[in-house]
Design a protein around this ligand. Sequence first.
Ligand code: PLP
Length: 471
Amino acid sequence: MRSTNNNSSLAYRDIPSVDLVMREPAVKAAVVTHGRHVVVQELRALLARQRSAIEQSAEPLYPSGGGLVEALLNRLDSIHRLSIRRVFNLTGTVLHTNLGRATLPVQAIEAVAQVLAAPSNLEYDLDRGVRGERDAAIISLLCRLTGAEAAVLANNNAAAVLLALHSLARGKEVLVSRGELVEIGGSFRLPEIIEAAGCTLREVGTTNRTHWQDFERAITMQTAAILKVHTSNYAISGFVATPRESDLAHLARARNLPFVIDLGSGSLLNLTRWGLPNEPTPMQALRAGADLVTFSGDKLLGGPQAGIAVGTQAVVERLRRNPMRRALRLDKGRIAAMEAVLRLYLDPDRIAEHLPTIRALTRSVDDIETAAKRMLPVMQRYVGELASVQIAGCASQVGSGSLPVDRLPSAALRIESKVCTDEDILKALRALPIPVIARAHKGAVWMDLRALDDEAAFVDQLRLVAPMSPA
Ligand SMILES: *Cc1c(COP(=O)(O)O)cnc(C)c1O
């Protein structure tokens, strides 16, 4: 013993041996569950902490073994519990970037499971028995659905924009309106993407008003592309003007420049058929004369994370030839998921039944209110005496930058308490086995039920847990 302190040498003697602890029945059971290696490793780490606690304060962390086994089992549990888990998104934002955006339909989940669990013909042509293209099926679906001549895929929309600019304008200038220099969720800032692609940003017009003639005047020998960005997460109103896409397309064609539109979300459907606000589609952008249109796979499209670029054969070919495409490509799981999701679009009349994103966005207030009535008693039981729960009207938003100013009428369970703070309630909800993510607003906690797809699981967990306790 290093210490000369008599108490601490006694305390050292209390530290059990690894072998002794390993013989405890609970620890033997943990070995069966987790394997011997990690149990011994964690136990050694705990005993080392015990020793250094005694060295520093002569006080053992676990007096005469008490609590040591429990601490060990807790550590093993936390190592084995996945840190990424399912949650309930009751924030009122349907496509919540922090909560993983779009959720996939069963058709896509099955497709992913199949290709991840077994070898697949990912890059193999079954007809001819030779090497094939991994994205051939998706590209033909995309061309069919958007009317584009060609398409290319990337890791996400940011990657699609990067690939487009790098392929079309590296070492040269890209013209963008000053009203469209967007930042999306902190990490996508258009000026920075342009720079990262090796291009120079040439700002055109003013923040509120830009005309196509401003673009015409800005074109020089150095210009390599005109970029239009859908200002998806904000709206400028008042004295404003933006050039028509068809005017920019004309100008670009006359000067032999590619005209690229970053749509951000880009729905493949006309959402107004369900009474939803209009969101620009890639089809409209192509018809207006864009050479290339980029959008996300996991926003309004409702698929896996991906970046999609559709456009003319000539322009898309320049992206396909860029060696950087290899570094930005999709893995087989997302390719399978994307193909399954795009197939659902072949039957637009039933897409709201099959695709969770569209289902959530098109749910009627009546339907959501009826669900709220079913859930009210079980929620009231859960909050117990600490709070009261009511059904209240609220407004959901699409999220992920789509339709930034439009709100969808919805219904929420609203929890109000005189005893707990909103933060206490939010925290208790997050601590449930399947965490519930709600929102504090105007002195209450709101749970917008629009995006709740699995009501049964939500109700079951509230029935099974102990009522909320005071913080
Ligand atoms: C969301 C968005 C992006 C980034 O798309 P990711 O798929 O998240 O990379 C780029 N541009 C616009 C206009 C967007 O709305």
